[in-house]
Design a protein around this ligand. Structure first.
Ligand SMILES: Cc1cc2nc3c(=O)[nH]c(=O)nc-3n(C[C@H](O)[C@H](O)[C@H](O)COP(=O)(O)OP(=O)(O)OC[C@H]3O[C@@H](n4cnc5c(N)ncnc54)[C@H](O)[C@@H]3O)c2cc1C
Length: 400
C-alpha cells in the first residue's frame, strides 16, 4: 500500500526522500503537470526565468545535505550590494571585507551608529547555524531599531534588501527570521544552479515515484480521494497543502533580455528608497552574470523584482530604471515576461520544530517552520520521521 505524500514541492519531495531511504514504498501526488511547487524555471528562447527571483543559501543545513556542492553546479552571487540613489554606492559585509568599512562610512550611505549596528548584528549572528527552536515575539523593525540603525540606512539597505527577501517592505516579520536569514547570508553564499532554480526539485526527485496531474480533493488518515473520483488506500498520508486560511505575501518580477551589463560583478542591485521613494523596482540582478546558463552565450538576462507597496509598475518605467542601474541603452532592454506569484510566501513562524501529527494525518510545508527552502525541506523531513516512528511502533505492537 505504501505512504502517500500530497504535493511535489520541496517539502513533499524531502518527505518522500526520507521515507524512501528508510525502505518505505512512497508515492507523491502532485496536482500540476510539473514538480517543484514554488520552485520552477521556464525557458523563453534560451533565457531561463525562475518563477520569482529566488536563491539557494549554501549555509542552509538541510539543503547542504540534499544538494552537496560537489554534486551540484552552484554559482554564487558576490557578497554585498550596489545601492542606487542620487549616487551609486556599495555595501559589503563588514566582517568579510573589513577594509571596506571606511569607504562605506565615507560614502554617506550610513553613519557611525549604522556601522556599529552592522558590526553588532554581524557578531550576534555568529552562533546561528539554523532555525531557532521557537520564534520569539519581537518584530524585525523593533529589532533593527534596537541595534541603532538610522531611518536613512533602513531605507537604503534593509527595506530594499530584506523587503525583497520577505516580500514585504514594511518588514512585518519575526526578528528571528531576520537573524536566521542574515546568518545564512553571512555563513555561506547566495547561489543559483547552472540551469535555473528548477534544478533543485529535479535533483531531489531522482528515483522517487511521482504522479503529476493528480489533484487530491479529500484526505482521511488511510484514504485519499482524487479529483477524478478515484480513491487510494494508504498506510499514512503526508499532506503539504497549507490551510485555506493562510495569509500570503505576493510578488511580481519582470524579466528582460539585454546585452551583458558594463559592470560584470554578479551582485544584487537595490533601490535607495530615500532618494527614490517612488522607484518601480525594489531590487534587480543579472542572473546570467551569476550562472551563465541563464542566457544564450554572449547575451544577458535581467530580473527586476517590483515594489511590494507601490502601484503596479509599467514595463517602460522598469526598463528605464534598469538602463540606469546596469548602464545599458534602454532600447536594448527587451521585455521577456512578467511573473506574478500571488501565493509566494506564507506568513509562517520561524522555528526549527513543528508538530506534524494532526488527527491521523501528517502535515508539512514551509508554512509550518519557515517560509524558505530550508523551512520546506526541514518540515518534510520532520513529518516523514514522524510517519516512520508511528509505522514502526504499529508494526511492533502488531508483532507483540
Ligand atoms: C517568488 C519566491 C521567491 C522566494 N525566494 C526564496 C529564496 O530566495 N530563498 C528561499 O530559501 N526561499 C525562497 N522562497 C520560498 C521557497 O520557494 C518556498 O518556501 C518553498 O519552495 C515551499 O515549498 P513547499 O513544498 O512547502 O510548498 P510548495 O512549493 O507550494 O509545494 C506544495 C505543492 O503541493 C501541490 N498541491 C497543492 N494542492 C494540491 C492538491 N490538492 N493535490 C495535489 N497537489 C497539491 C502544489 O501544486 C505544490 O506543488 C521563495 C518563494 C517564492 C514564490
Amino acid at each position: 500500500m505504501g505512504v502517500i505524500v500530497i504535493g511535489a514541492g520541496l517539502s513533499g519531495l524531502a518527505a518522500a526522500r526520507t521515507l524512501q531511504r528508510a525502505g518505505r514504498e512512497v508515492t507523491v501526488l502532485e496536482q500540476s503537470p510539473e514538480i517543484g511547487g514554488r520552485v520552477k524555471t521556464t525557458e523563453i528562447d534560451g533565457y531561463r526565468i525562475d518563477q520569482g527571483f529566488q536563491v539557494l543559501l549554501t549555509a542552509y543545513q538541510e539543503a547542504a545535505e540534499i544538494w552537496p556542492e560537489d554534486e551540484m553546479d552552484l554559482f554564487p552571487f558576490a557578497a554585498g550590494a550596489v545601492i542606487h540613489g542620487h549616487q551609486t554606492k556599495r555595501v559589503f559585509d563588514p566582517l568579510r571585507h573589513p577594509t571596506t568599512l571606511w569607504a562605506t562610512l565615507r560614502s554617506g550611505l550610513c553613519n557611525f551608529h549604522d556601522v556599529k549596528g552592522l558590526l553588532g548584528l554581524r557578531l550576534g549572528l555568529r552562533g546561528i547555524r539554523g532555525l531557532p527552536t521557537k520564534t520569539n515575539d519581537e518584530k524585525a523593525p523593533d529589532f533593527l531599531k534596537r541595534l541603532g540603525f538610522s531611518d536613512q540606512f533602513m531605507n537604503a539597505f534593509f527595506r530594499p534588501f530584506l523587503g525583497g527577501v520577505f516580500l514585504d517592505e514594511s518588514l512585518a516579520v519575526p526578528a528571528d527570521a531576520v537573524r536566521f536569514v542574515m546568518a545564512m547570508f553571512a555563513r555561506g553564499e547566495a547561489a543559483l544552479p547552472a540551469q535555473g532554480m528548477a534544478e533543485l526539485p529535479t535533483h531531489l526527485a531522482k528515483g522517487l515515484t511521482i504522479e503529476c496531474n493528480c489533484k487530491v480533493i479529500n484526505v482521511e488518515p488511510k484514504l485519499i480521494t482524487l479529483e477524478d473520483g478515484s480513491s487510494r488506500f494508504t498506510e499514512a498520508v503526508v499532506d503539504t497543502r497549507p490551510p485555506d486560511s493562510m495569509n500570503w505575501r505576493s510578488t511580481e518580477m519582470m524579466a528582460f533580455r539585454s546585452p551583458p551589463p558594463v559592470d560584470m560583478t554578479p551582485v544584487l542591485h537595490l533601490a535607495d528608497l530615500n532618494d527614490r521613494p517612488d522607484s518601480p523596482v525594489l531590487h534587480a540582478c543579472a542572473p546570467s552574470l551569476v550562472a551563465p546558463g541563464y542566457a544564450p552565450p554572449g547575451q544577458g538576462i535581467l530580473y527586476a523584482t517590483l515594489r511590494t507597496d507601490r502601484k503596479a509598475a509599467h514595463v517602460s518605467e522598469v526598463q528605464e530604471t534598469l538602463a540606469a542601474w546596469f548602464e545599458i541603452p534602454q532600447k536594448e532592454i527587451e521585455h521577456l515576461t512578467t511573473i506574478s506569484v500571488r501565493h509566494a510566501l506564507p506568513n509562517s513562524p520561524c522555528q526549527s520544530t513543528q508538530n506534524p501529527r494532526d488527527r491521523g494525518i501528517y502535515r508539512s510545508g514551509d508554512w509550518m517552520t519557515h517560509a524558505s527552502i530550508e523551512g520546506a525541506l526541514r518540515s518534510g523531513r520532520i513529518a516523514a520521521e514522524a510517519v516512520l516512528h508511528d509505522l514502526d511502533a504499529d508494526q511492533f505492537s502488531a508483532a507483540s
